[in-house]
Ligand binder design. Structure first.
Ligand code: RVP
Length: 501
């Protein structure tokens, strides 16, 4: 006879945390969000630790090099998406590893024969006001001039005016020569009272910009996730099909950690992939695996050698796996069972394997709930897709700015390796949708606010670290009536667009 669970499976929205006694010491500035990323033996430090418990999803619409750099600045980690050509993915990984903090590749570039209207359109698309005018309109073409908000007044000027007629030409610009240090670049910015300094090579081609605002924000990033050479740490997604070619290219490009990306990780394919990575690199390259939703899945991947294990099937905002295939489990119940299995495994073997709650984070407090239920960190897709740094277009829909966000199981992503770990089928049906999410601005501001909320709730729970929260949290299931009670109710909201995320 089939096995039946006696209890229904629940999700984050059905749980709340009960406050515990908090002393004066329990204030957000005393909270540490450090958390292990990979397996560790009793009493030893893990090879990698996150400074905030967030990683970005292994998705085309979420994790490119820009998201990876922005998130590493905050202390989290991105896994560059694997559903692209091996060389392209390796290029993104090396872009993160070669990134020189403070030197920014120009993402707003234009030809001198384009118009003021083109400048205005570009500003909406990128959100940036500094535009490089280059001979070929590319980020590394010969620099002819720069346009900033100080060069034009849209209300007074003809939109068809050519860029070459109102740009600040190179002859009037202060520029830095390639090879200049960040400290020297910042000295020029201060000396000449600049907002940005273009860096050019000996042929006069644009290399990068250094911005005044970045110098200031650098001081705001005490949590940066850096390797021993002070480069940003970056992860990369792999699959169970082409790993023999993909993994060496990613490691060569500088990937620090890998993660097998699959909707169902309880498989022989995953075991073989993990064992390949372990053998090839003598256990030096960590590899995460998943996704699973129960103890059996956890124990299997733990024994196979996974360095962290991802929990969650069907809970992603763009995921329709539960509808199309009828597999999955409420995320909270899955997490609670797997966390228990992780703790038992630790007691049995002395090896602690971090678990990652993947998908279904809607509100910031869901992050805290996931941690309280035993997750060591969370993977988010929708959340990061909303930011300036995500790889997708920002578009105007019914008067509101949106970013595009699509699932890896959608026909747009065509990531058949994620859904079919063996066999020959090539995405016979969709398991994900193509969608919009409300544009939310820079990653930095949003992550800061979210982490502040997590810290505040941890203080309410009388805890100052994630391990303490996992041990001491008191959680309760709530009825559907009390979920209604938890929102604003029986009042007429003045601002119907109030953002409650
Ligand atoms: P969310 O943060 O709720 O948007 O969920 C993101 C997660 O959804 C991913 O990390 C992945 O596990 C899952 N996903 C990605 N694509 C699809 C799909 O097309 N079904 N699901």
């Amino acid at each position: 006879m089939a096995f039946y669970y006696t209890e229904p499976s629940h999700t984050f929205n059905e749980y709340l945390l009960i406050p515990r006694y908090s002393s004066k010491e329990h204030s957000p500035q005393n909270v540490s969000l450090r958390t292990p990323l990979v397996r560790m033996k009793n009493g030893e430090e893990p090879q990698f630790t996150l400074n905030i418990p967030l990683v970005s999803a292994i998705m085309q619409s979420v994790s490119n090099d820009k998201t990876a750099i922005a998130l590493a600045k905050e202390g989290g980690l991105s896994f560059i998406f694997g559903s692209q050509a091996i060389e392209k993915q390796a290029e993104m990984v090396s872009a993160v590893k070669n990134y020189k903090a403070g030197f920014v590749e120009s993402d707003s570039n234009i030809l001198p024969r384009q118009t003021l209207q083109d400048i205005l359109d570009l500003k909406i698309k990128t959100g940036h006001t500094t535009v490089a005018v280059t001979e070929d309109g590319s980020a590394h073409g010969k620099l002819l001039g720069v346009v900033t908000g100080r060069d034009y007044r849209p209300s007074r000027m003809d939109r068809s005016l050519l860029v070459s007629e109102f740009m600040t030409p190179i002859s009037k610009l202060t520029v830095g020569k390639e090879g200049i240090s960040l400290a020297e670049a910042n000295d020029l910015i201060w000396e000449y009272k600049l907002n940005s300094l273009p860096i050019v090579n000996e042929k006069g081609e644009l290399v990068a910009f250094v911005f005044r605002k970045d110098y200031e924000s650098k001081k705001e990033n005490p949590n940066e996730l850096l390797d021993e050479k002070k480069r940003y740490i970056v992860g990369a997604g792999i699959n169970t099909r082409d790993y023999k070619e993909r993994v060496p290219a990613l490691i060569e490009a500088g990937a620090d950690i890998l993660c097998i990306d699959s909707s169902d990780g309880f498989s022989e394919w995953q075991k073989e992939t993990i064992q390949f990575v372990k053998k090839q690199y003598n256990g030096r390259v960590p590899v995460g695996a998943g996704n699973i939703v129960d103890k059996d899945g956890f124990d299997f991947l733990a024994d196979a050698g996974a360095d962290f294990i991802k929990v969650g099937i069907g809970g992603g905002s763009i995921c329709i796996t539960r509808e199309t295939k009828g597999i999955g489990r409420g995320q909270a119940t899955a997490l609670i069972e797997v966390a228990k299995a992780r703790n038992e495994y630790y007691e049995r073997t002395g090896v602690y394997i971090p678990i990652c709650s993947d998908g279904g984070i809607v509100y910031d407090h869901h992050i805290t709930l996931a941690l309280a239920m035993g997750a060591d960190f969370c993977m988010l897709g929708r959340y990061f897709a909303r930011f300036d740094e995500s790889p997708t277009n920002k578009v105007l829909v019914n008067g509101t700015y949106m970013k595009e966000y699509w699932g890896e199981g959608s026909s747009r992503a065509r990531n058949w390796q994620r859904y079919d770990s063996g066999g020959d089928a090539k995405l016979a049906f969709e398991e994900g949708v193509d969608s919009y999410v409300p544009y939310a601005g820079p990653l930095h501001d949003n992550v800061q606010e979210s982490m502040h909320k997590v810290k505040a709730t941890m203080c309410n729970c009388g805890t100052l670290t994630i391990p303490e929260l996992q041990k001491h949290a008191k959680l309760t299931l709530v009825s559907s009536a009390s979920i209604t009670e938890g929102g604003a109710h029986d009042v007429i909201l003045k601002d119907i667009h109030a953002n409650r995320t």
